[in-house]
Design a protein around this ligand. Structure first.
Ligand SMILES: NC(=O)c1ccc[n+]([C@@H]2O[C@H](COP(=O)([O-])OP(=O)(O)OC[C@H]3O[C@@H](n4cnc5c(N)ncnc54)[C@H](OP(=O)(O)O)[C@@H]3O)[C@@H](O)[C@H]2O)c1
Length: 302
C-alpha cells in the first residue's frame, strides 16, 4: 500500500459525519479529519461531552471546522431528528463514519425492546445511513465506513434471538452487533454497485485501544485491562488509522475490510484484515438487511 496518511491533500469544502466523536477513536478520527480541512459534524448523544471534545480540539487546532449535532443511535426517533437537522443545515455529505459503539452487555433495551448493542451499534447506523445516503455525491471519494471488530469472528446473527437472551455468553451481543456492522457494509456496497453508484461502503476494525469502551467492565477486569493494555494495544490515535485509511485512501475498493496487521491484529500497520467465513455469507447479509428495514420501518432506496 503506497498511501500515506501524512500525504493527504486538503479536503476543504468536504463534509464528514463522525458518530461518537466525543471520545476514544471517534475523537481522534474527528481531530485528524479536521486537520485535513474537512468540516466535521460531531454526532454525539451527550452535548456536554461533545462541547468539551470540541473545545479540546479547538485548543489544539483553532481553525478546525466543527459542528455538533445531537444523536442517540439507540433511539430511532433521535436518528430521524438528527438526519432532519443535518439536512436542514447541509445539502451534501461526503464521508459518513459509523464509529459510535457500546461494548458491555447491560441487558438494557431501547423503547422498541431492542437490546442496546444491536440497537446502537447496528440498527441506529443502518437507519442513519439510509436517511443520509441521498446527500452523498456519486463519486469514489464518497465513503461510508463501518467500525467492526475482531470480535465479529466468533459471532453469529441470532435471528431468532436478536437480544441474545437465550445464551450465557455475554459477549454474544457485542460480537453480533460488530458482525452486523461488517455485513451491512458489504451488502450496502453490493447494492451501490448493482445500481451503478460509485459511492464506496467498506469496513474496518481498529485493533485494540484503551478507550471509554471498557469503562463499564467489572472492577477486576477493568484493572487487569488497564495493566495489560499498554503492552498489547495501541493508542486511540493509532486505532483511528484504519478508519482514516478507509475514508481517504484512493487505493480502497468497496466491500474491503481493513485493520492493524501486528500482534493478534491488536495493533500495527493498516492492511487487509482477517474475517470469518460466516461474515462473507451473502444470504445472511440479505436477511439482516431485510430484518433491519422491517425493524426501522424504512426501506433503502438503493
Ligand atoms: N477500542 C477498542 O479496542 C475497539 C476494538 C474494536 C472495535 N472498537 C469499535 O470502535 C468504535 C469506537 O469505540 P471506542 O473504542 O472509541 O469507544 P468509546 O471511547 O467508548 O467511544 C464510543 C463512542 O460512542 C458513543 N456512543 C455510545 N452509545 C451511543 C449512542 N446510543 N448514541 C450515540 N453515540 C453513542 C459514546 O458516547 P458517550 O461518550 O456519550 O458514551 C462515545 O462517543 C466502536 O464502534 C467500537 O465497537 C473499538
Amino acid at each position: 500500500m503506497n498511501f500515506k496518511l501524512k500525504n493527504i491533500p486538503s479536503q476543504k469544502g468536504r463534509i464528514a459525519i463522525v458518530t461518537g466523536a466525543n471520545n476514544g477513536i471517534g475523537f481522534e478520527t474527528t481531530l485528524a479529519m479536521a486537520n485535513y480541512d474537512f468540516k466535521v459534524i460531531m454526532a454525539c448523544r451527550n452535548l456536554a461531552k461533545a462541547e468539551k471534545a470540541k473545545s479540546d480540539i479547538l485548543q489544539k487546532m483553532p481553525d478546525a471546522d466543527l459542528d455538533i449535532l445531537q444523536l442517540d443511535l439507540s433511539d430511532l426517533e433521535s436518528v430521524k431528528a438528527f438526519a432532519n437537522n443535518f439536512k436542514n443545515k447541509y445539502n451534501q455529505l461526503d464521508v459518513l463514519i459509523n464509529n459510535a459503539g457500546v461494548l458491555i452487555y447491560s441487558g438494557k433495551k431501547n423503547k422498541e425492546g431492542i437490546e442496546l448493542q444491536f440497537a446502537t451499534n447496528h440498527l441506529g447506523h443502518f437507519l442513519l445511513t439510509n436517511l443520509l445516503l441521498e446527500l452523498m455525491p456519486d463519486n469514489s471519494a464518497s465513503r461510508i465506513v463501518a467500525l467492526s471488530s475482531i470480535a465479529h469472528k466468533e459471532a453469529r446473527i441470532h435471528f431468532g434471538d436478536l437480544n441474545c437472551e437465550t445464551t450465557d455468553d455475554k459477549g454474544a451481543a457485542y460480537g453480533q452487533s460488530k458482525l452486523a456492522n461488517l455485513m451491512f457494509a458489504d451488502e450496502l456496497n453490493r447494492r451501490l454497485k448493482k445500481n451503478n453508484k460509485k459511492i464506496i461502503a467498506l469496513a474496518v476494525h481498529p485493533g485494540g485501544s484503551d478507550s471509554g469502551l471498557f469503562d463499564e467492565m467489572s472492577k477486576v477486569m477493568y484493572y487487569t485491562f488497564k495493566i495489560l493494555s499498554p503492552f498489547i494495544l495501541h493508542s486511540n490515535a493509532s486505532a483511528a488509522k484504519p478508519t482514516l485509511f478507509a475514508a481517504l485512501s484512493p487505493e480502497v475498493k468497496g466491500g474491503e475490510y481493513f485493520g492493524p496487521q501486528g500482534f493478534m491484529e491488536f495493533r500495527g500497520k493498516v492492511g487487509v484484515a482477517k474475517r470469518s467465513d460466516y461474515s462473507k455469507r451473502e444470504d445472511i447479509a440479505l436477511e439482516l438487511w431485510q430484518l433491519s428495514e422491517e425493524m426501522t420501518e424504512q426501506s433503502f432506496e438503493v
